[in-house]
Design a binder for this molecule. Structure first.
Ligand SMILES: O=C(O)CCC(=O)C(=O)O
Ligand SMILES: [Fe+2]
Length: 364
């Protein structure tokens, strides 16, 4: 076991540079959270100030029956208000969801030397990265999370570069949950009343990546955050969370679901969480909401979650759909190259929905 001195610098090196992650820190026999992880008061998550989200999960199997229109309305309404909803009776088998959670635990329980080979600086491919926190180079306080990021380009690369502990299940999950994204996008874009051709829809969610997030149990969970306030950058995210809980979403002021409050997205066995990202908020000229969310650190058991992020392809120019701008009379967002938005997003620590300012048109 490595000895960690109290200096922030050597702690940073141990966790970030040497690739031991928060998991390595916890395994070193930590009884108190180091300063590097203590959040300022306004960023800490207080369970008492939040309530559970009471929106029932949406049954996707009903899209194929007489209640089709009702389910479509539920999806559209959820995307317009909270920007988050849960779905059940989807196409991803429950056994696959279980295997995904198991394989996430298996990967993060590997000894550090087997994980560090995937650090950005040494990984044989940028298609697989093992990281900790979100942007440790620019954050004053680190997030209590390790994760892997598996970017999809083709099956062969995925099977070559993604870790053996999870590559097959992650690939299967990516394919099946991409079908859900496609179906949701057809519904959501269809209801905007705009005509978008087939190839453009493909490009709008053509960049796909599966992450596995690992939040070790923390001795002082109330002082830390698992993930700080942020919105997802892309088009739609499909998220598998385990049964531990801790995902909180902020309602906008005067929202159907609350008034600037934090709601917990309670775990539902077999359900997947779907949420709108910044790209879809921009494309829909603000009609669909990319909500601010964050994750509380677990206290007794480690938590895992597995998001599929879908994003526009980097070479696509993204802006509100022209027919919508015509209908609305103005554009809330400028058109931009998607690669530029991604560079902006990854260059800054999490700070709520601030990234969207990069695309917003100022009316003052
Ligand atoms: O772990 C979770 O429940 C959510 C994680 C998340 O928001 C993200 O990875 O963007
Ligand atoms: Fe997120």
């Amino acid at each position: 076991m490595a000895l960690i001195s109290n200096s922030s610098n050597s702690l940073y090196n141990f966790v970030v540079k040497d690739g031991n992650g928060v998991k390595g820190l916890v395994d070193s026999g930590l009884s108190q959270v180091p300063k590097l992880y203590i959040q300022p008061l306004n960023e800490r998550i207080n369970k008492v100030d939040s309530k559970p989200c009471d929106m029932p999960p949406i049954d996707l199997s009903k899209l194929n029956g007489p209640e089709h229109e009702k389910v479509v309305d539920e999806i559209v309404r959820a995307a317009e208000t909270l920007g988050f909803f849960q779905v059940v009776n989807h196409c991803v088998p429950l056994e696959l969801l279980e295997s995904l959670k198991d394989s996430a635990h298996t990967f993060f329980n590997l000894p550090p030397k087997e994980k560090v080979v995937y650090r950005k600086s040494v990984s044989p491919s940028l298609k697989m990265r093992y990281e900790t926190s979100f942007a440790p180079e620019t954050e004053n306080v680190l997030e209590w999370k390790d994760y892997i990021n598996m970017v999809y380009s083709n099956d062969d690369d995925a099977l070559q570069y993604w870790p053996s502990q999870c590559k097959e299940v992650a690939l299967e999950y990516l394919k099946l949950s991409s079908k859900i994204v496609r179906e949701m996008l057809e519904i959501l874009i269809g209801k905007l009343g705009v005509e978008v051709d087939e190839s453009k829809i493909e490009d709008i969610f053509g960049l796909k990546m599966v992450n596995m997030n690992y939040y070790p149990a923390c001795p002082n969970p109330e002082l830390t955050v698992g993930v700080g306030r942020h919105s997802d950058m892309g088009t739609l995210t499909v998220l598998l969370q385990d049964g531990i809980g801790g995902l909180y979403v902020k309602t906008e002021e005067d929202n159907a679901h609350g008034n600037g409050e934090w709601l917990q997205i309670l775990p539902i066995h077999g359900a997947l969480v779907i949420n709108v990202g910044d790209a879809l908020q921009i494309l829909s000229n603000g009609k669909y909401k990319s909500s601010e969310h964050r994750v509380m650190t677990p206290s007794t058991q480690s938590r895992v979650s597995v998001p599929l992020f879908t994003l526009p392809i980097p070479t696509l120019r993204i802006g509100p759909f022209p027919e919508l701008v015509k209908k609305d009379g103005f554009a809330f967002y400028r058109e931009l190259l998607w690669q530029d938005y991604m560079d902006h997003f990854f260059g800054n620590p999490h700070e709520g929905k601030k990234n969207l300012d990069f695309a917003k048109i100022s009316f003052s």
